[in-house]
Design a protein around this ligand. Structure first.
Ligand SMILES: *Cc1c(COP(=O)(O)O)cnc(C)c1O
Length: 381
């Protein structure tokens, strides 16, 4: 089976993990801050905190922005569940903004209408999680401008989008957002096994994120609430979590990060070949908005609704691990219990019924790509 995504682990990656295994630190030691500095350098953000996974990163992003009971978090229905669950973890309520079919990301027009309505009934969200679906940067300037007007915070869920670019900026530089979140799950662009990161340009948010990552513990005597009783003293100032990344994982992530641009270039090259080979067939492909650079975490095609299930089965029977990204979050039973139902976000549902992800990852051979395209052609003609 050719999977839809796959990690690449080199001998250098392995050697860097082994080196940590032979050192004095397994969990958070000197490699974690090195990985953080490298991520800050790579993206151009002032601060980076790495955590145990992308979901933990989203959770801490919400907590750092003080999302809590009585607050609302909005996100896109076309994302992995974690983009919405993070709001519920904080006791906030979650709502969705329908997508722009052009890029499958939050639609600025729908967002604008929804903000206007929400203001009238005093239900503006505290924060919005904007997802860069498949690695295609969302319409950041338009979204930022709208949220700024209503004083709503912006979290970029860039779990698909490390290495993508929006205009002059690299995704992760937080030029348009308060916090950007990455995931280093093996299926993503680079991996640390499990892992995630938060990037921000705010000193205050960075400090809160770090404290919440380690049980809510403060170790800086200047910020103690009580008087320091001795050198052993530390304070839990609020309830936090253990969301640390290990040095083992950081070593893998650091080694992978050095090849991130290469991996993204390779994904773009594979996407271009698909674009070419599929251009004659009765289907559309999900592309970045004009002028933007995708990281092509996913390569998504759009076919007639009545063909999608058949094509999926045909590809699977040809040993091609096609997948669907994503089942709209609001249609999940757990979200229906909160009051959502099919029909709530028509653009997202229509997108969902037409789309399929084809295999894309560095190392996918031309012969494999030919096989994928032949199978799609086979079914559609
Ligand atoms: C993978 C993913 C996450 C969660 O990341 P984990 O590291 O698996 O916890 C969140 N949002 C999106 C869009 C993702 O693709």
């Amino acid at each position: 089976m050719i999977p839809y995504g796959k990690q690449t682990v080199t001998d250098e990656d392995i050697a860097s993990v082994v080196e940590v295994l032979k050192s004095d630190w397994l969990t958070q030691g000197p490699t974690v801050p090195r990985f953080e500095q490298a991520l800050a350098d790579y993206t151009g953000a002032s601060h980076c905190a790495v955590v145990s996974n992308g979901t933990a990163a989203l959770h801490l992003a919400c907590l750092a922005l003080e999302l809590g009971p009585g607050d609302w978090l909005w996100t896109s229905p076309i994302s992995f569940l974690a983009s919405a669950n993070c709001g519920l973890y904080c006791g906030a309520q979650v709502d969705f903004v329908d997508i722009d079919p052009a890029d499958a990301n939050i639609c600025p027009k729908r967002l604008s209408e929804k903000l206007e309505r929400a203001q009238k009934c005093g239900r503006l969200p505290k924060a919005v999680v904007a997802v860069h679906m498949a690695g295609n940067p969302c319409q950041l300037k338009e979204i930022r401008e709208l949220l700024h007007r209503y004083e709503v915070s912006l979290i970029e869920d860039a779990c698909h989008a490390i290495g993508a670019r929006y205009d002059e900026s690299r995704i992760g530089d937080c030029r348009y957002s308060d916090i950007t979140v990455f995931s280093f799950h093996p299926v993503k662009v680079i991996t640390s096994g499990e892992g995630g990161a938060l990037l921000t340009n705010s000193d205050i948010l960075n400090q809160r994120i770090r404290q919440l990552r380690e049980h809510g513990i403060c170790r800086d005597p200047q910020n103690f609430i009580q008087t320091q009783e001795g050198a052993w003293y530390y304070e839990q100032q609020e309830l936090g979590w253990n969301y640390r990344l290990t040095d083992l994982q950081a070593a893998l992530g650091l080694s992978q990060l050095s090849r991130c641009d290469e991996a993204v270039a390779e994904r773009n090259r594979i996407a271009q070949i698909y674009d070419q080979l599929l251009s004659e067939l009765p289907l559309d492909t999900l592309k970045p908005m004009p002028g933007q650079r995708s990281s092509y975490h996913l390569y998504i095609i759009k076919v007639a609704e009545e063909k999608r299930a058949g094509l999926f089965a045909h590809l699977r029977s040809s040993r091609i691990g096609a997948q669907v990204h994503y089942i709209p979050i609001h249609t999940q039973p757990s979200y229906q219990k909160l009051g959502f139902s099919w029909g709530d976000f028509p653009a997202a549902e229509s997108y969902y019924r037409q789309t399929l992800s084809l295999p894309i990852f560095p190392g996918l051979s031309e012969a494999e790509q030919d096989h994928v395209v032949a199978s799609v052609r086979d079914f559609l003609s």
